[in-house]
Design a binder for this molecule. Structure first.
Ligand code: NDP
Length: 331
């Protein structure tokens, strides 16, 4: 029998295992023109939390009693589609199922010899593209500027900081443990890193490591961390707003500092974005990321969790900061 994971309840606050339901179903068989896919690696991402609520967004909500979908690397195990052969590896937005069929339209072939298969879910996939395009298109870094990254030890943040260094910035990361801040400076080359969970005064700690102020703030988390960074923002700073994970589980709209005076006073550009806004630039971005990877200028880390039944827990663990780099479930 095949296994699938459905959305059983819309989470209220932080998601729990009870929000998901495992079912068994008949093994799927490909019809003419279809392929059978075996799931190998599943990406769990903070943005899936938004799709679990019924609120209108840039992407439709998941339906109750329907499978959750996310980025998946799968292997073609049967093919009745001339464009694919058995043994091909593909990347696509697919259902949380062990096996599924596809007509092949949205499948992108990936080369397991050129890079590790899981990297197509991270540095060479959505999170790498998000980091590169958000930073270069909105952040527009210039050598000598100071870049602050929140969620810095995560999938997007760890890449943003490294690109900032490649482009000549002074880079400061904010993350949620001493182990993470250590990795930021030792492995990813950040100039400084702050543990927001132990900092007695984040605004002052940022000022201490960024005495000239912040020129670019790549915001992955929102909330009070962002308030502290914006209190140090420079004139003509750019703020790519990538995500707001600290607020995703809120049941009421949080109140914070009113930002308009800060933005006006300093002529700050603050812009939210979705990586798909830059879809035409994906090929160029992948080329650049691959070049930097091959040159050894860029590195990445993954937290790999094993087993299909661990997918919901791995997703929930994102909100506890249990990952370093990209959180991936290996089936
Ligand atoms: P991460 O790999 O960064 O994982 C999430 C991390 O967020 C955790 O490890 C944790 O690290 C941190 N975190 C969790 N809860 C909180 C909290 N309450 N306050 C502060 N930090 C918290 O995920 P991604 O790199 O995949 O995503 C990062 C952000 O980018 C998310 O907000 C996501 O929604 C967004 N995103 C946006 C895209 C776009 O197109 N705009 C595309 C992809 C992602 P720690 O231990 O440091 O707390």
């Amino acid at each position: 029998m095949n296994r699938a994971i459905l959305l059983d309840k819309r989470p209220v606050g932080k998601p729990t295992l009870e929000d998901f339901k495992f079912i068994e179903e008949e093994n799927p068989a490909p019809a003419e023109g279809q392929v059978l896919l075996k799931t190998l690696f599943v990406s769990v991402d903070p943005y899936l939390r938004g799709r679990m609520s019924s609120a209108k967004s840039y992407i439709p909500p998941f339906q109750l009693n329907e499978p959750i979908q996310s980025g998946i690397i799968a292997e073609v195990t049967e093919s009745r589609n001339p464009d694919f052969k058995v043994g091909d590896f593909v990347s696509a937005l697919l259902d949380w199922k062990e096996f599924q069929v596809s007509d092949g339209k949205d499948l992108v072939k990936v080369d397991g010899d050129a890079a590790s298969l899981s990297s197509y879910l991270g540095i060479l996939g959505m999170t790498g593209l998000t980091a590169y395009l958000g930073l270069t298109e909105i952040g527009k870094p210039k050598a000598g500027e100071t870049l602050v990254v929140s969620g810095a030890a995560g999938a997007v943040g760890s890449v943003v900081g490294q690109i900032g260094k490649i482009l000549g910035c002074k880079v400061i990361g904010i993350a949620g443990s001493d182990e993470k801040t250590r990795i930021l400076t030792s492995k990813f080359g950040f100039d400084a890193a702050i543990n927001y969970k132990t900092s007695p005064d984040l605004k002052t700690d940022i000022k201490n490591v960024a005495p000239d102020g912040v020129d670019i703030y790549f915001d992955n988390v929102g909330g009070v961390i962002s308030d502290a960074v914006l209190a140090n923002i420079n004139q003509f700073a750019r703020v790519p707003v990538c995500g707001a994970i600290s607020l995703y589980n809120d049941t009421e709209i949080a109140l914070g500092p009113r930002l308009q005076p800060i933005l006006v006073r300093n002529s700050v550009l603050m812009q939210g974005f979705i990586m798909f806004n830059y879809a035409t630039k994906f090929p160029q971005a992948i080329k650049q990321l691959t070049t930097w990877l091959n040159e050894g200028k860029l590195t990445y880390t993954e937290t790999i969790v094993n087993g299909f039944d661990q997918i919901p827990q791995a997703f929930i663990d994102l909100f506890e900061g249990k990952n370093e780099g990209k959180m991936i479930v290996k089936i």
